[in-house]
Design a protein around this ligand. Structure first.
Ligand SMILES: Cc1cc2nc3c(=O)[nH]c(=O)nc-3n(C[C@H](O)[C@H](O)[C@H](O)COP(=O)(O)OP(=O)(O)OC[C@H]3O[C@@H](n4cnc5c(N)ncnc54)[C@H](O)[C@@H]3O)c2cc1C
Length: 395
């Protein structure tokens, strides 16, 4: 155990209390940064317990730097893996196309690239939030958001009882299908990306190197990296899907996965065959929103800017939002002004990442001559593959 999170009350913040709706990575990171800024924090989470949703997450230096500033990097490193490199391979032949070492970029940005199981990160954040004095109500499903004079109330259904949590501000960190966003009247229909993610974790094969591997092919790609302190390999198979798939963290059809990767390199097929089962996610993002805040209510994480996972930035941007919101509340005397400043600081960056992630989704699945052109470019890149994203990692 490392030291508890430093708690420095700052009486001049624009708000003294917050209700955070959603206890995912975004909501819990937000609870911590707001608590650290001196606010009393109540998290309300619909799930009855913080169960394992998802599998691995890549955490880039823009996120690990904030986790370090929260005093949690040592604890994170106990459960995470610091991979040595990103290797891109051709999916059909298995031949390496390029390799980028993480070390130069990590030292440039002063924070590591890590890969971690989402449940480990979520548990760590929840534990740290509770230690810091945040209240977390589980089984609390938001039913309405009620503005009140100089405050706002979140009404939740908890075991059949309606309970109101009043606070100076309310943060909607309730994911891509955000109820808070709907209560604010912000129109944003999730957009299906014609992609489905199948995720699994398997025992780390003997001799598997400590690296992130990306196999590219026509209409599909596979990402693999070790998690759980290097004992387990996380597999994320992304497959083209013409019809909208509403499933989210639902049992996936293994036969569909094997069919999508038939004809790929034996090492790919072996890895996929080793998975006892897959969980399936239809992939959705939203178009950038024209505004995130209304009065004393704002959005954070996927609720504000759900993005496709092809830049590994959804959780990282939620963590960045959390730090930016706490900074804005500390810098302004008025809650409404602070929320506007937070939104102004974050909207264009997250919109750019949303657009780039969509673009990567197309580039990864190219076939024919465009694929050859892509591979020619990738082959020349080496470490420059990561340098392209300095604008993301350096923030
Ligand atoms: C296949 C895949 C791979 C990914 N890989 C990466 C990666 O490598 N790196 C990375 O940074 N990101 C990655 N992401 C993205 C990342 O997982 C998400 O962006 C991030 O988890 C979003 O966090 P969030 O807290 O905003 O939303 P969520 O995780 O969706 O959390 C929202 C929470 O709100 C709760 N909730 C919803 N409605 C209500 C309600 N009415 N009342 C109360 N509670 C409610 C939900 O139960 C949930 O716990 C990936 C995503 C996918 C699908």
């Amino acid at each position: 155990m490392t030291d508890p999170i430093p708690f420095r009350p700052r009486p001049k913040t624009a708000a003294r209390s917050a209700v955070v709706v959603g206890g995912g990575i975004g909501g819990l990171a937000c609870a911590l940064t707001l608590r650290r800024a001196g606010l009393a924090v109540q998290v309300v989470e619909r799930a009855k317990k913080l169960r394992e949703v998802g599998a691995g997450l890549q955490l880039t230096p823009n996120a690990t730097r904030i986790i370090r500033d929260l005093g949690l990097l040592d604890r994170l490193q106990e459960v995470a893996v610091a991979p040595l490199a990103l290797e891109v391979r051709d999916g059909r032949s298995g031949a390496p196309l390029t390799r980028a070492d993480y070390a130069p970029a990590a030292s440039r940005f002063g924070a590591p690239f890590l890969v971690v199981h989402r449940a480990d990160l979520q548990n760590l954040l929840a534990e740290a939030a509770r230690e810091a004095g945040c209240a977390i109500a589980l089984g609390a499903d938001l039913t309405s958001v009620e503005p009140a004079f100089g405050s706002v109330r979140a009404v939740v259904n908890q075991g059949g009882d309606l309970i109101a949590h009043g606070a100076d501000i309310l943060v909607g960190a309730d994911g891509v299908r955000s109820a808070v966003r709907a209560h604010m009247g912000a129109m944003a229909a999730p957009v299906f990306a014609h992609r489905v993610a199948y995720r699994a974790t398997v025992n780390l094969p003997a001799g598997y190197p400590s690296e992130v591997r990306l196999y590219l092919g026509r209409n599909a790609h596979l990402v693999c990296y070790p998690v759980k302190g290097g004992t387990t390999l996380n597999l994320v198979a992304i497959v083209h899907e013409p019809q909208p798939v509403a499933r989210w963290n639902a049992p996936g059809d293994s036969a569909a996965v094997h069919a999508a990767f038939a004809g790929w390199a034996p090492e790919v097929r072996e890895l996929l065959k080793s998975a006892p089962h897959f969980l399936c996610w239809g992939l959705y993002d939203i178009d950038p929103l024209p505004r995130w805040s209304s009065g004393r209510v704002t959005l954070l994480g996927d609720a504000a800017h759900a993005m496709l996972p092809f830049l590994a930035q959804g959780a990282a941007q939620a963590i960045e939002d959390s730090a930016a919101l706490a900074a804005a509340l500390s810098a302004h005397g008025d809650a409404g002004a602070a929320l506007k400043a937070y939104e102004a600081a974050r909207r264009s960056r997250t919109a750019r990442i949303q657009r780039e992630a969509r673009r990567n989704g197309i580039i990864y699945h190219l076939s024919g001559p465009p694929r050859f052109a892509r591979d020619l470019v990738i082959r020349r890149q080496g470490n420059a593959l990561l340098d392209r994203y300095d604008w993301i990692y350096a923030a």
